[in-house]
Write a protein that binds this ligand. Sequence first.
Ligand SMILES: N[C@@H](CCC(=O)N[C@@H](CS)C(=O)NCC(=O)O)C(=O)O
Length: 230
Amino acid sequence: MIELYAASTPNGRKATIMLEETGLPYRLHTLDLSAGDQHTPAFRQLNPNGKIPVIVDTDTGQTIAESGAILIHLAEKAGALLPADPASRMAVLQWLLFQVGSVGPMAGQYNHFRRHEPRDEYAFGRYRDEVLRLLGVMNDALKDRDFMGGDYSIADIALVPWLRALQRWDLSLTDYPNVSAWYQRLMARPAVSRGFAMLDTPVRSKDARAEPDTDEGILLAHNGSTAGSV
Ligand SMILES: N[C@@H](CCC(=O)N[C@@H](CS)C(=O)NCC(=O)O)C(=O)O
């Protein structure tokens, strides 16, 4: 059994999509990041970095943080979505790390400066342009293939929630037709829909003032409203 600690954010959704794709049994524990659930001593014991997602694999006794590591662990456990052949495996891992090291952090900063008042045009433009550049890299990669690493894999699962978030954050895929087609392909998968749906119910903020300022950005509670889901 996998105990998953997650929230309604792109990094959280990677794990639910993966668990839905593999069919591994899991139980979801949803954190309210706006209320600071990630800072409790109990959660810090699971991840001293205070970030979701985290899994506890009760079959092996392992506690695993970092979404990329979680996806690799679940792929190996299920024997799916990460090829065994070294060359194909490395192609997938490269795109997985491209997401974890580039798309996630840059998109998060883009969203942070998009929302920041007053707007810092230099910072906003810098991160927006970098995100657009990364979309261009994806668009080129998808010129001659349907999925990022060759066959459908954890690389696609890591990227799809960020691509949905970017569109909700005012960036269009119109100029990136290969990315747009890839996105539609991903969203047509029933397990991807289920993975999104698992975390699409907003968690009511216990303290709308406590907005975590994350490195990858999330939609946060405002004026007592519920935390939005991205
Ligand atoms: N590198 C980490 C990043 C995880 C991360 O930034 N999670 C965010 C949500 S998307 C979080 O937990 N933020 C809470 C906070 O910063 O207080 C991963 O890939 O798992």
